[in-house]
Design a protein around this ligand. Sequence first.
Ligand SMILES: NCCCCCC(=O)NO
Ligand SMILES: [Mg+2]
Ligand SMILES: [Zn+2]
Length: 343
Amino acid sequence: MKTVFSPLHSLRSVKTELDGGILIEPHEKPSRAETILARVKSQTLGEVIEPEEFGLAPVKRVHTPDYVAFLEHCWADWVAEGKPGEAIPAVWCGRGMRPRMPKDIDGRLGYFSFAAETSISAGTWEAACASANVALTAQKLVANGERAAFALCRPPGHHAHADLFGGYCFFNNAAIAAQAFRDQGYERVAILDVDFHHGNGTQAIFYDRSDVLTISLHGDPDLVFPHFLGFEDETGEAEGEGYNLNIIYPPGTPYSEWSKGLETACKRIADFQPGALIIALGVDTFEEDPISFFKLKSKDYFSLGQRIEHLRLPTVFTMEGGYDVDAIGVNVVNVMQGFEGRA
Ligand SMILES: NCCCCCC(=O)NO
Ligand SMILES: [Mg+2]
Ligand SMILES: [Zn+2]
């Protein structure tokens, strides 16, 4: 399996994450991607290639022009106002207020975000663009005949809405790849999000559509991020009714339980008969993950990869979450080796 990787990910190197009332070293840090890359190479998973440049057109098939323009200029606008730290949203449109786009950077940060943990600084824009190009390059490999490709995306994307950032995400790489398949004539595309957290952005982007099936397995949003979306009664709307599926689990869920939801998801995907499958791959389902509460073991990721392969679909993997950096390389590559039958 080929891996697509961009060294430009390291331009995303913020020093802060708001957590527990203090600014901590971000969980979503450059060493995550470097560790995965090292494991891809040490396990000779396959060729590693750099992304092609696709420009902003395919990004704007998912994200709004105002949002893209905001992300491009955010850091410069923030610095121009003489702010001392990294750009962090601190004000939002609360219930009963007016959801119009403010001029000021503080207002725009809140208007275009849904959470406060995702700081922005120099290089964030460039890294987010590179991450989208990584996903589009993997999508092109698969559209051109590869059975599967691994988009080693950083920053991740599944929390990003059409015009919202948060949860360490800016561009929804999986959604951008899905829309690229659709624009290239694939009638139906399925996105399966196996990250510990709900793929709220992915759900929202396709919520009223029946051409892209969105499924997410995740921790109960009543207990964990993103808190305000991802419940099992969210099944799609209008044309999209029946084309969104959320499967939630409690703290301590082991693979033996979690895999029942995986089975349900795979059966729904098989029924949908998509021409392509995108796996939003987070490994923060791991038992040692610092911010999550499932209990998957490293060996379980082989099984996950094997089950996905049994769908017999052209498959793009987009890297999402996973914060136990010591184990992230093994867990991610275990999925790929399971997929390739090299478990
Ligand atoms: N306290 C912020 C938690 C953000 C979760 C990021 C993630 O892993 N999403 O998949
Ligand atoms: Mg998920
Ligand atoms: Zn996650």
